[in-house]
Design a protein around this ligand. Structure first.
Ligand SMILES: Cc1cc2nc3c(=O)[nH]c(=O)nc-3n(C[C@H](O)[C@H](O)[C@H](O)COP(=O)(O)OP(=O)(O)OC[C@H]3O[C@@H](n4cnc5c(N)ncnc54)[C@H](O)[C@@H]3O)c2cc1C
Length: 387
C-alpha cells in the first residue's frame, strides 16, 4: 500500500542513509555481531554523515531538523537494512539527545551536544535497575546532597550502549519521601571515579548491542551534572518515553516488513512436491494474513509519526503503536521463520536473527503489559476513577 507521509526531502535523506548503511555498516555486520559492539569508527562516520544530530540545534553541530519524519526514516532504514545496529543508534540519536535539548542548561548543551552529534560521545539512558524496570517510580539508585554537588550510589541493568557509553543519563532518587516526585536525572561521564561498567550481557538476540550493567559506588558529581529540575526526573522520563515508544513501533514494523519481503521472494523459489512452497493455499493464506497485518499497522504508525511531528501524539496512542507493532512483528517473524524451514533456524540467515532480535520488543521500553496498563487506565474503568 503506498505511503503518503514522506516528501522528496525525506526520500533524499533515506537514500543517503541507505548508502551509508550499505557502505559502512553491512560489510562489518558479522564482526559487530561476533564482538557484541559497534566499532567507534562507525559511530564517528555516522556522526559525519549527520545521522546523530537531527534534533540537535545547528549551533551545537546538529541539523536542527524540527521534523520527526527524518528520525522515522533513519529508524526505518536501520531496522530494515543495517542487519547489525540493534537499537544502539536509536538510543543514541533518537532517545538521549531530546533530554539534553529539552532539559540542559546552555553550559550543559555546549558540553555534551556537539560530541553527541559527532558520534564522539556515545550516549546511554539508564533507568532500569536489577530490582525492576516496569515500576520506574520505585527505583533505588540514590543521589544524596554532598556540599554543592551529589554523591550517587546504586546500579542499573540491561543498559543499551552501556559498555561503550561516554555519557549516561541516569535516573536517581534524590528524595526518599516523595515517590515519583523524588527522582532526578543526572548525566554521568565515563571515567568518573566510582562509575564502572559490567561486561556485555549474554542475550537471546540483539547480539551486536553491548547491553550491560552500570555501577555507581560513591560517584561524586557537581550540581552542573544534574539534568533538569530536582524531582523532575520521572515526569521527564514519562514525557520522553512517548518518542522512544513511537520510535520502537517504527523499528518493529520496518524490521518485520523487510523480512516479510525477503520471505515472499524465498517462497517463490523454494519448491516442495513439485511446486513453489508459497503456492500452497495454506501458505498463501498465511502470507495474506501477514501482509494485511503489516500494512494495517503501518497506516496507524504513519498516522502516529505525523501526529508526533506536529506535537500531537499522546502517550496512550504511542503505547498502542508500541505493543501492537511488537505483537505483529513477533507473529510475522515466527511465521516467516516457519516458511524458511530448517534454514530459518540457522543464524546464518537473517530471518533467524531477526526472530531472536524481535523477542525483546515486547519487553523493553515498557512491556506489552505496561502498554496495556497505560491504555486501560485511559478508558475510565478504574473503580477509584468512579468514586
Ligand atoms: C536488550 C535490552 C535492552 C534494554 N535497554 C535498556 C536501556 O537502554 N535503558 C533502560 O533503562 N532499560 C533498558 N532495558 C530494560 C527494559 O526496559 C526492562 O527490561 C523492561 O522495562 C521490563 O523491566 P524488567 O525487566 O525489570 O521486568 P519487570 O518489571 O520485573 O516485569 C516482569 C514481567 O512482569 C510484567 N509486569 C510488570 N508490571 C505489571 C503490571 N502492572 N501488570 C501486568 N504485568 C506486569 C512485565 O510486563 C514483565 O512481563 C533493556 C532491556 C533489554 C532486555
Amino acid at each position: 500500500m503506498p505511503r503518503h507521509i514522506y516528501t522528496e526531502d525525506h526520500d533524499a535523506f533515506r537514500a543517503s542513509v541507505r548508502t551509508f548503511i550499505g557502505r559502512t555498516v553491512r560489510p562489518r555486520a558479522a564482526e559487530m555481531i561476533a564482538d557484541h559492539t559497534i566499532p567507534r569508527g562507525i559511530w564517528r562516520e555516522a556522526g559525519r554523515q549527520g545521522l546523530f544530530g537531527l534534533c540537535i540545534p545547528t549551533e551545537f553541530g546538529g541539523a536542527g531538523a524540527d521534523d520527526y519524519r527524518f528520525n522515522a526514516v533513519l529508524a526505518e532504514e536501520e531496522a530494515a537494512f543495517a542487519q547489525a545496529l540493534a537499537s544502539c543508534f536509536g538510543i543514541h540519536a533518537d532517545v538521549c539527545p531530546p533530554y539534553v535539548v529539552a532539559l540542559g542548561t546552555p553550559q550543559q548543551q555546549r558540553r555534551w551536544l556537539p560530541g553527541m552529534a559527532a558520534g564522539e560521545l556515545i550516549c546511554a539512558l539508564a533507568m532500569t535497575e536489577p530490582s525492576g524496570g516496569s515500576d520506574l517510580a520505585a527505583l533505588r539508585t540514590t543521589a544524596a546532597r554532598d556540599g554543592g554537588g551529589w554523591v550517587i550510589n546504586g546500579s542499573k541493568t540491561f543498559i543499551t550502549n552501556g559498555h561503550q557509553c561516554d555519557l549516561a543519563i541516569v535516573a536517581a532518587r534524590t528524595d526518599e519521601s516523595k515517590g515519583a516526585r523524588g527522582i532526578t536525572l543526572f548525566v554521568l561521564e565515563a571515567g568518573t571515579p566510582g562509575f564502572t561498567k559490567g561486561a556485555p550481557l549474554d542475550k537471546v538476540g540483539q547480539d551486536e548491542a553491548d547491553t550491560c550493567e552500570l555501577f555507581f559506588d560513591d560517584v561524586h558529581v557537581g550540581d552542573e551534572q544534574r539534568l533538569g529540575p530536582e524531582g523532575g526526573g520521572f515526569v521527564a522520563m514519562m514525557q520522553h518515553l512517548t518518542q522512544e515508544r513511537i520510535g520502537s513501533a517504527i523499528t518493529n514494523l520496518a524490521q518485520c516488513s523487510a523480512i516479510l519481503r525477503e520471505t515472499l521472494d524465498y517462497v517463490k523459489d523454494r519448491r516442495a512436491f513439485g511446486q513453489p512452497i508459497g503456492s500452497f493455499q495454506a501458505n498463501r493464506f498465511t502470507l495474506a494474513e501477514l501482509v494485511t497485518a503489516v500494512d494495517v499497522a503501518q497506516a496507524y504508525v504513519d498516522d502516529c509519526v505525523l501526529a508526533h511531528a506536529s506535537g500531537r501524539l499522546s502517550a496512550v496512542d504511542a503505547a498502542k503503536a508500541k505493543w501492537w507493532t511488537a505483537q505483529v512483528q513477533n507473529d510475522t517473524l515466527d511465521a516467516c521463520l516457519q516458511l524458511w524451514g530448517g534454514y530459518g533456524y540457522m543464524n546464518e540467515y537473517r530471518v533467524a536473527r531477526a526472530w531472536r532480535d524481535a523477542r525483546v520488543t515486547r519487553i523493553w521500553a515498557g512491556s506489552n503489559e505496561i502498554m496495556k496498563e497505560i491504555i486501560g487506565r485511559d478508558l475510565g474503568l478504574d473503580e477509584r476513577g468512579r468514586a
